[in-house]
Write a protein that binds this ligand. Sequence first.
Ligand SMILES: *[C@@H]1O[C@H](CO)[C@@H](O)[C@H](O)[C@H]1NC(C)=O
Ligand SMILES: *[C@@H]1O[C@H](CO)[C@@H](O)[C@H](O)[C@H]1NC(C)=O
Ligand SMILES: *[C@@H]1O[C@H](CO)[C@@H](O)[C@H](O)[C@H]1NC(C)=O
Ligand SMILES: *[C@@H]1O[C@H](CO)[C@@H](O)[C@H](O)[C@H]1NC(C)=O
Ligand SMILES: *[C@@H]1O[C@H](CO)[C@@H](O)[C@H](O)[C@H]1NC(C)=O
Ligand SMILES: *[C@@H]1O[C@H](CO)[C@@H](O)[C@H](O)[C@H]1NC(C)=O
Ligand SMILES: *[C@@H]1O[C@H](CO)[C@@H](O)[C@H](O)[C@H]1NC(C)=O
Length: 671
Amino acid sequence: MAMVLHSLQLLIILCVYFICLAFAQNEDQFIYNGFHQANLHLDGSAQIYNDGLLQLSSMSLNQVGHAFYTLPLKFNTSSSGLNSSLSFSTNFVFAMVRQFPNIGGHGFAFTISPSRDFSNASAHPLLGLFNFSNIGLATNHILAIELDTVKNDNFGDIDDNHVGIDVNGLQSVEAATAMYFSNKEGRNISLELTSGNPMHLWIDYYEAEKLLNVTLAPTYIPKPNQPLLSKRIDLSQYLLQDMYVGFSASAGESASYYILGWSFNKSGQSQSLDVSKLPPLLQQEKTKENTGLLTKSLVITVILLLITITGAAYILRRKKYEEIREDWEREYGPHRFTYKNLYKATKGFSDKELLGVGGFGKVFRGLLPSSNIQIAVKKISHDSKQGMKEFVAEIISIGRLRHRNLVQLLGYCRRRGELLLVYDYMPNGSLDKFLYSNEKPNLNWFQRYRILRGVASGLLYLHEEWEQVILHRDVKASNVLLDADLNGRLGDFGLAKLYDHDTNPQTTHLVGTVGYLAPELTRTGRATTCTDVFAFGAFMLEVACGRRPIEVQGLPTEMILVDRVFQCWRKGAILDASDPRLEGSYVKEEMELVLKLGLFCSQSMPAARPSMRQVMQFLDGDADLPELPHDEACFGTSTNSEAYGLSLFPSSSRGSAPSMFSTDSILRSGR
Ligand SMILES: *[C@@H]1O[C@H](CO)[C@@H](O)[C@H](O)[C@H]1NC(C)=O
Ligand SMILES: *[C@@H]1O[C@H](CO)[C@@H](O)[C@H](O)[C@H]1NC(C)=O
Ligand SMILES: *[C@@H]1O[C@H](CO)[C@@H](O)[C@H](O)[C@H]1NC(C)=O
Ligand SMILES: *[C@@H]1O[C@H](CO)[C@@H](O)[C@H](O)[C@H]1NC(C)=O
Ligand SMILES: *[C@@H]1O[C@H](CO)[C@@H](O)[C@H](O)[C@H]1NC(C)=O
Ligand SMILES: *[C@@H]1O[C@H](CO)[C@@H](O)[C@H](O)[C@H]1NC(C)=O
Ligand SMILES: *[C@@H]1O[C@H](CO)[C@@H](O)[C@H](O)[C@H]1NC(C)=O
């Protein structure tokens, strides 16, 4: 019996071996006009439709998608006995469709990689290829030809519409704005990658010349004579013997990327795809092309009819959707949402969709009608015309900020007396609900620590990694929102500026929340990165201790969190300050670090506080925390009458720290 089983096993192994061999010999070339029977490995949001269309990335939140040829191909074989060259030739037809102009979508890349498992890679801005710890490393052995639609200064991107050659990272070794050489006209003609129209890309590598040519063109013309990119590069330095070829995409919230056909060849020139055999784009994405005359006139009749019928209704309803648009706003067109869409998205700003009420106004949940994207709309009452231009400029610039720990601003809309800001919707609401209310589950230490690190890196980005320093001015638990995976994202940055423009010069420009205000801020009214660090310190203590910075236990008795943590530390029992709801289950070293770092940031002298970069280093264990001063007077928060005197709102009866003037959370979860 055992003998039979054994030989059966052997037989199967042999069969598999020969099948593999057969594949290995033939399958270094393929051509897919549509992906019906394609030998592809898909993951993430990648899928193949019935008509053979390959969708790399759909409009789901932050999704990445990969589609790789299932089998590895032989590239760098010169060290082994095999005889295969590094040359390859490929061409594919793709379409990038985005929902709103100028937002969403990061791009995708044709990729040659030693692995087709990208489970550790991050979505945007890393295209689903790398994560923040391996990007740029020579051990990646990745060649990518990126179609990049976001200008990311961290990677030295030339613009938001380019093709680039990337090796092991996203800093292109060569890049060019999307365009094609017209053989007929003898000149370059520019293309917009995200136009939604299908385009054709050829990538050819010639080992003998060590030359990588990349050629782009619309689908209605043959391959141009001149490539867009031609780069001398020795791929034997980067590619290993067994490599996978395919596509990696990170579309973000509002774009979809499609591949219509793909031809690949390792033993010669890849056959150019026959565009007429390719599957059509989905109905809704289809570009208007040769619609028959009949349908055209039919469409026109229907449209005329509709116009007449709706004309009357329109005039009546116009008032309802009336907006303010001024000349200077023209350049911000792409970031404008129409009031009508926002009205519909929020079901007429219905109370049912109300997420919360902040210092500036109400926040509503919405669902954009055309794309099913969830948004949060902050409705801010704003009467003054003054400063609006500067503020909108600021908002647009903030909209360009992209960081996984910041709540993404998508755009805005203006009405008389009202400004509407549109943000990514954060399904889990604000962090304070998790810390203080019983309606949300308790967060464990791992989650809390990850949130702290995330918010620190978001704040570091605002302070040091953007073109200009951006102060948050109101870091606190209710301004930290949690996404679907419970990652912390900082919201409401930059809104303080609106307040600046809005006040008359007599009042102080103090923005922030009592308990998080650095002592020098209440004196000078001047916010700095040091005052943000102070607030972050209070926030760290808040998360570790599960208490607000100041708890009013019946006036005038207050519990000052910094003082409490300091007392515990001086007694040599700093862990006593930790949140009792954690029931002691936390990493002792991390808890101690967070509490001490919280104190360290809460020092009264601005110069004694660390920078956000140092905070990050401490949290990552890359630097040791210095000894804390033993004098209580070195730590301080503005809890005194000085601060209360400035407060617009007297301390609230629920014992929470009163919010001064300003920005409350944007997307607070509903009550
Ligand atoms: C590719 O093969 C050459 C020749 O054997 C070798 O020197 C080179 O290190 C290989 N490249 C990589 C990235 O392994
Ligand atoms: C290896 O390939 C090269 C070029 O394709 C060819 O000239 C050479 O004869 C091949 N060598 C062997 C051992 O097959
Ligand atoms: C980054 O990716 C590499 C390789 O997949 C993996 O080993 C590493 O753990 C990842 N790092 C993070 C922080 O996810
Ligand atoms: C992902 O990261 C984990 C932890 O570092 C590692 O064990 C795993 O091998 C990585 N996966 C891949 C595909 O690199
Ligand atoms: C077209 O663009 C390519 C790539 O940027 C450039 O090398 C070439 O000189 C341009 N040709 C003409 C005719 O402008
Ligand atoms: C690659 O591009 C260069 C630069 O335009 C050109 O000289 C060369 O002929 C191209 N190679 C092939 C095989 O088309
Ligand atoms: C690959 O190249 C060879 C040699 O030029 C050619 O015969 C074959 O048709 C090509 N295959 C594909 C799929 O392009």
